[in-house]
Design a protein around this ligand. Structure first.
Ligand SMILES: [Zn+2]
Length: 413
């Protein structure tokens, strides 16, 4: 497969997580009698443009047609989107009736934050179930996969946008080039594109290998995004790092020459350079650290099993499936996953086949394996009583640790 960004053939694989099922295709009890489809999960570095990417694409209709990740589920995300909105409205001087388009708008959690400003909003999301949820709460959402054709349809019916946003979707894009072309069209009259995406630098720094899953096709840096945007007459003029999802970058992008370039862009580029984002050796070392995490975590889980202690996964996020399936963790080590998301309860994590049960009605285990480690600071205060009573948190990333009542204080912020 050629590079998704520059079409070069000079890709080198540095991490092989084996064949895995699509992480969000949760299984129903009736599915358990047959084997779910498995696809290669291998990560490559492009020697030509430095873009990091997986080399196999599960069709987007399989991955996103019915989507189970609902933005509105966590308070952390709702707060994050309100903060982003307030910041963008002020910075860009958005006025009533300006059009904001959110790509991959999910259940409309982000767009709902613009209500108080009187802006016109439109969501576009390929997941029919989420588009329905958003429309039901009064946030106009088209159940489509955004691309250049959809952009032209928006322009024809609503005009061009002052702001186009994409949060947690830019690494998902199978039609990367058509989407970018569509964004360029939408913002051609002085609009701005705001992209929020998990940062490759955070992934490297904290060995967040579980951010690798079939939905994440590309892992971005400023440098690789510049290469992409440059092909469509766009340039990045502001760069910020946000704490959400364990470290996400927020980039503001505009048609070339329409905005002054902030010093933050050069600074982020320099950070990437310093971390070695553009050298293959950095990625080979990353792969070595993943193997170290595996050895340590499996040691901890086997100890618990030997002592007859129960372990439940806390949450069943997509990244959790990567971790469980990369290390071949199944119900003999982790009995189930507890969740609050009703779309997931009653189903099974593919591959590992952990049953997903209701957190509220399940007896707490001796220890929780924290798969959604990016929300650790939200979970710790919530579970204070559990930990003080002798319960434990096993946190696998960036390096496996066990949090208990003796060291609880040093992890609570
Ligand atoms: Zn490339």
């Amino acid at each position: 497969m050629p590079c998704r960004v520059c079409h070069s053939e000079r890709l080198e694989q540095f991490l092989d997580l084996g064949d895995q099922p699509h992480c969000d295709s949760l299984l129903l009890p009736a599915d358990l009698s047959r084997r779910e489809p498995y696809y290669p999960l291998q990560v490559c570095f492009c020697h030509e443009c430095t873009a990091v990417q997986i080399n196999y694409t599960v069709p987007k209709e399989t991955m996103f047609g019915e989507y189970l990740y609902v933005s509105g589920t966590t308070q952390t995300l709702r707060t994050h989107f309100q903060n982003s909105t307030d910041r963008l409205v002020a910075r860009l001087g958005l006025k009533a009736n300006d059009l904001v388009v959110d790509i991959g708008s999910n259940d409309g959690t982000w767009l709902a934050c613009y209500n108080k400003y009187g802006l016109r909003t439109l969501g576009v999301d390929g997941a029919r179930n989420l588009a329905e949820m958003a429309n039901a709460r009064g946030i106009e959402t088209w159940a489509k996969f955004f691309n250049a054709d959809v952009a032209r349809e928006i322009i024809a019916t609503k005009g061009r946008a002052k702001l186009v946003t994409a949060a947690g979707v830019f690494f998902h894009l199978e039609e990367l080039h058509s989407v970018t072309e569509g964004i360029a069209e939408l913002i051609r009259d002085g609009g701005v594109f705001c992209v929020q995406a998990i940062s490759l630098t955070a992934m490297l720094r904290y060995t967040q290998f579980d951010q690798v899953y079939h939905e994440h096709l590309t892992y971005w840096t400023v440098k690789s995004l510049e290469r992409l945007f440059g092909q469509y007459g766009l340039e990045i003029f502001h760069a910020d790092m946000l704490p959400i999802h364990g470290g996400s970058m927020e980039l503001l992008v505009a048609p070339k020459g329409t905005q002054p370039i902030d010093a933050s862009v050069a600074k982020m580029r320099a950070d990437e350079e310093q971390l070695g984002c553009h050298q293959i050796e950095t990625y080979r070392n990353f792969a070595k650290r993943v193997r170290e995490i595996e050895i340590e975590l499996m040691g901890i889980l086997r100890d618990y099993a030997t002592q007859g202690k129960t372990v439940q996964a806390f949450g069943a996020p997509a990244k959790g499936a990567t971790l469980l399936n990369s290390f071949h963790i199944t119900t003999d080590l982790v009995q189930c996953a507890v969740e609050v998301n009703s779309l997931k309860i009653g189903k099974y994590i593919p591959g590992a086949r952990l049953p997903i049960v209701d957190e509220k009605t399940t007896t707490p285990p001796d220890a929780y394996l924290i798969l959604a480690w990016n929300f650790l600071s939200e979970f710790l205060p919530k579970k204070r009583e559990y930990i003080m009573a002798g319960g434990e948190f096993i946190v696998p990333i960036p390096r496996p640790v066990v949090i208990n009542r003796h060291n609880y204080a040093q992890y609570v912020k």
